[in-house]
Design a protein around this ligand. Structure first.
Ligand code: CMC
Length: 426
């Protein structure tokens, strides 16, 4: 199968690559060479496939999301976060023995060098946890300096395990620092998700009892966030890693990319928005009008998606889970009603219908995080915790496939050659 491009009277043919779900892409890797300089221009990469990947399948028109062929609905219903992490990274669901070994290896690495505390001490208490997490992830390189030999399966495995072990410690430290709580290393007798909760919430003078409703809700949220193919932060991880920068450096860059309000930062922005609407009297119609007004920079946060032009399947699961979790915990949150009101109005509104804008993963997730006792400025950190296996899986796939360094081209639109005038004559 080929596709033809004609330019200045010449015709060129390029092979078309077919994916396992009948998706097609024109392979233009020889475009520049054969045409003598022609490139493609695709702002925001809306039509550009940067790689072939066997990890996550997403069909935005039909609202389908699958990790390694398993539907997100089934994984969220039956899976544990750690087995989903294993699935994403290594390609198959683990056996019982494989999962036990994986967890045991992670536990063996779940300490963070005491000297990392000095770096954390340098941050003000008011620092945003995402900035702290990104910096500390990068700082981990100094304490784990040997670079990963990607030719060695063992080396690769050890680096992955280290990161899965230490990242939650760092995330919980960011929270504890902001609350003024002493740092905690968790408890290796607990499950991965339960340990995350304990590291975050244990007070120095009290036991921390794991609430199964909270642990199960967090498990589900982490699974739902675990991968989403070539999104902004994942593409960042791949492109940084493509220069053969180390795994920790690549992930630290991914955390920074995730922070933005158009990406993972939207979960915090949604709650801030809903709180703002509540404080302003709860008039959802006023905010709907603002979202539609092109002169107004306000956007309905948690709505719209680059790829989903239908319901984000994660949002459907999360909305149901929000009702269950709040009900089980006996939490009443007035912003849940505001969110449901906004959703109803948007789904019936011409502006949103025409542009195929539906609630995304971030629309209801913040309401659950809040019910679990997680502060608003930690929401995006929770997203990062969930996305970590996806970033690792994508980085591993990219390195194993020996992908070339990522280096896009551009169309230059600046000045033509000119002479540098003496400073007195400018
Ligand atoms: N509120 C109002 N209008 C919107 C919204 C919104 N949330 N999202 C898109 N639009 C409009 C946009 O103004 C444009 O209108 P027009 O065609 O008249 O110019 C049209 O819909 C297409 O939007 P776009 O910005 O060109 O689409 P995009 O694919 O570049 O952006 C997006 C996708 C997610 C950045 C955008 O929908 C948005 O800003 N949403 C709010 C932020 C948000 O919730 N982000 C989380 C994404 S899901 C988590 C993750 O990153 O994985």
């Amino acid at each position: 199968m080929n596709a033809k491009i004609s330019f200045e009277g010449n015709e060129y043919e390029f092979p078309v690559v077919e994916g396992s779900e009948k998706e097609f892409g024109i392979d233009i890797s020889k475009l520049r060479g054969t045409t003598g300089g022609l490139i493609t221009l695709d702002r925001g990469f809306k039509n550009t496939g940067s790689c072939e990947s066997a990890i996550t399948f997403l069909n935005g028109e039909e609202g389908i999301l699958r990790y390694r062929g398993y539907s997100i609905e089934e994984l969220a219903e039956k899976g544990s976060f750690l087995e989903v992490a294993y699935l994403l990274i290594f390609g198959e669901l683990p056996t019982k023995t494989e999962l036990e070994k994986f967890h045991k290896d992670i536990k063996a690495e779940s300490h963070v060098d005491e000297e990392m505390k000095k770096i954390l001490d340098g941050f003000p208490k008011s620092a945003h946890p995402m900035g702290v997490v990104s910096s500390l992830t990068s700082a981990l390189i100094a304490f784990n300096p040997s670079s990963v030999n990607v030719e060695s399966e063992e080396d690769m495995y050890n680096a992955i395990v280290k990161l899965l072990a230490k990242f939650p410690v760092i995330c919980s430290w960011a929270l504890r620092k902001s609350k003024g709580h002493p740092l905690d290393y968790g408890d290796n007798s607990l499950g991965y998700v339960e340990n995350v909760l304990k590291m975050m919430f244990k007070k120095p003078n009290e036991d921390y009892k794991i609430d199964p409703v909270i642990a199960s809700a967090l498990n589900k949220l982490l699974i739902l966030h675990a991968d989403h193919e070539q999104n902004c932060s994942t593409s960042t991880v791949r492109i940084v890693g493509s220069s053969h920068a180390g795994l920790f450096a690549s992930i630290s860059a991914g955390v920074s990319a995730l922070w933005g309000p158009l990406h993972g930062g939207a979960n915090q922005a949604v709650i801030d928005m809903l709180e703002g609407i509540k404080a302003d009297g709860g008039d959802t119609k006023k905010y709907m009008a603002k979202a539609k007004d092109k002169e107004d920079p306000f956007r309905l946060m948690g709505f719209g998606h680059r790829v989903y032009k239908n319901f984000d399947p994660r949002a459907k699961i999360i909305k149901k889970s929000a009702d269950e979790v709040l009900g089980n915990l006996g939490v009443e949150d007035p912003v849940l009603d505001i969110a449901k009101g906004l959703e109803k109005e948007a789904l019936e509104d011409d502006y949103f219908v025409k542009r195929k804008l539906y609630p995304n993963v971030d629309f209801y997730s913040g309401i659950i995080y809040r019910a679990l006792g997680i502060p608003t400025n930690m929401f995006t950190v929770m997203f990062a915790l969930g996305r970590l296996p996806g970033w690792i899986a994508q980085w591993r796939e990219m390195r194993l496939k020996k992908e070339p360094i990522g280096r896009p081209r551009q169309i230059y639109t600046g000045e033509n050659l000119r002479e540098m005038k003496d400073i007195d004559n400018r």
